[in-house]
Design a protein around this ligand. Sequence first.
Ligand code: 48F
Length: 313
Amino acid sequence: MVRPKSRVHFMVGYMLCRADIKSFVDIILNLRAQNRNLTAFRGACRCPYLYRASYSIRAMTLNEVTISRAILEEQHRALIDHLEVEAAVIGGGPSGLTCAALLGERGIRCALIEKKLSIGGGMWGGGMMFPRIVVQEEAKRLLDRFEVTFHEFEKGYYVAKSVEAVAKLTAAACDAGVEFFNLVTVEDVMVRGDGRVGGLVINWTPVEMAGLHVDPLTIACTCTVDATGHDAMIARMIERKGGNLKVKGESFMWAERAESRILEHTKEVYPGLFVTGMAANAVAGECRMGPIFGGMLLSGERAADLVAKALAR
Ligand code: 48F
């Protein structure tokens, strides 16, 4: 038992031991209301019964099964509600997050599917695990738009914290009504008679990791955005299955060239499939750029414009 911290505490405990139970409860509620430290009080009263009584008043009523039901019912509903969406963004890196947030802001029904546990892709790590990103003049307005704090390092070079950038982009997408499905891998696409990418074949990432033979589920989407980064996974699936799409693969590091050209590579590369971010440069055989992220944000914005146009929104 905790020792009385002061004479005053001891006296309060002594008085309470003599009080009737009603005034005892009143005093406790009063102390709680005043946000006093009940631990000191319990130590002071040195009475096991009163100690237990004061403790039980603090206890909450929680039901584990209700917690489980809340999670299952809510996420089950979210998944069913998003079995048919206008736009599906695959990959929660900077380009995918920007694209999804801006689609959501336009009122477009959008799901973001991310195979990893965490959203953010390659942005968390900044440059070689130094969690800072650099953004050039042309994309500074997007840092402002998403309220990411930054400062000018040298003329035209703005530095921001990568963790803040991920958090603010993610929050913007959440605020815009985008539904996130993390730990879900897109393992194939659906292409039917019209020759368009009309849906995604999804499965739990742990199923893929464990190599389990578990059949997937499918969601339908009018527009698909490949934001899967350097590997351009969705575009490669189409190429692998014989679709008329060539993924050239990314070229050498050349930041200026890669950042200058990414917008022209951000486009619909196959009916219903748009590419953004490093996936856009990988499909085009374009250079990579390292930890400068303006091109990712601008490319995400361009992809959102193109998808909105395709949806006539
Ligand atoms: O790699 P990533 O951050 O792509 P990005 O938006 O940004 C690239 C930069 O991070 C950086 C750079 C900047 O200059 O060069 O590398 O183009 O995010 C891609 C996300 O897609 C997820 C993957 O886990 C990552 O978070 N992803 C990849 N394949 C799949 C997937 C898949 N099949 N299903 C779901 N998510």
